[in-house]
Design a protein around this ligand. Sequence first.
Ligand code: ATP
Ligand code: MG
Length: 353
Amino acid sequence: MARRKNALGLDIGSSSVKLVQLRESKKGIQLANFSMAPLPTEAIVDGALMNASAVVETIQGMVAAQKLKLKDCAVSISGHSVIIKKISLPAMTQEELDESIKWEAEQYIPFDVNDVYLDYQILQSRPEQGQMDVLLVAAKKEIVDEYAGVVREAGLEPVVVDVDAFTVYNAFEASYGFPPGETVVLIDIGAGTININVVSNGVSTFTRDISMGGNQYTEEIQKQLNVSYDEAEAYKRGGEAGIDADSVVPQEVEQVMAAVSESMASEIHRSLDFYLATSSEGRVARVYLSGGTAKVPSLARIIEDKVGVAVELIDPFRNIQIDPKVFNLDYINEIRPLAAVAVGLGLRRAGDK
Ligand SMILES: Nc1ncnc2c1ncn2[C@@H]1O[C@H](COP(=O)(O)OP(=O)(O)OP(=O)(O)O)[C@@H](O)[C@H]1O
Ligand SMILES: [Mg+2]
């Protein structure tokens, strides 16, 4: 049976929408389309769509500009409306689990169980203890339906709704593969959210979202140097965009950024310490960063110092063929870390679980 085509990977981030189309064949995975469009500030706050019509228009614009015919798309959500937990349940069959998950889940989620969509997966059976580990994902129906509505309004069909942390997992698996027996930490640092996913032996064992991101740098620079948001954003990027080639980034910027990186690294360290204190898995072998904020030059090193583990940037296109006649490789190199979520989504197909 022929498998369905890859869905369009549509990453609706708080600062921009990223769209990836992949083609998988016997020859491998090919990039068919990549585009990115900024969203107005405050259009999305902590995963909530504050300005849905701006998001609809942005997606419509991208679809029109790329002349996309495929309607199936995969989107993802994150933030406080999503709960991901590894829980222990008495050993039971899949059928028994399907029957009882709603009642079992109730005690683990801070929302009414009727207000969430549940997804779950048996991770590991521990027959000696009569127990099994289950990965439970609960997402508020309100948010999922809102995202699906926005996508439909833009003329696309949401065939998969995923969770940001797992999309990076998929992108990483396709590009690198998880090293057997090792624990790696995937951290996506966007504009407003940090998604942490600890993966042990290929299994997601701990996830956490932190409400921090690249906006922190911009806001701090804006405040400390008394400049506009746009100027601050350009300073943050080292004058790479927006300001004249001959204008100089004040030295103060570096200090302000180092301070923000420090506090971000501390938060990440705290989460990983919490994970290590509560889990039986071994030490962390490596941290992999994605998201636009991973491009802050000193951030990886500061996290490395704080956490004491080697930190590397993810290249989600590592295993994806990119035709240099179709794509500008300089541009692709610029956006590699930002594309991780969209690539992870672009690997999905309608009917996937
Ligand atoms: N060269 C750069 N140097 C520093 N920061 C950068 C650079 N390029 C992009 N950023 C920052 O990366 C962030 C955008 O990253 P990304 O696209 O991953 O976020 P998002 O998906 O829109 O947000 P979120 O996932 O938090 O909702 C912005 O804060 C932007 O300023
Ligand atoms: Mg993002």
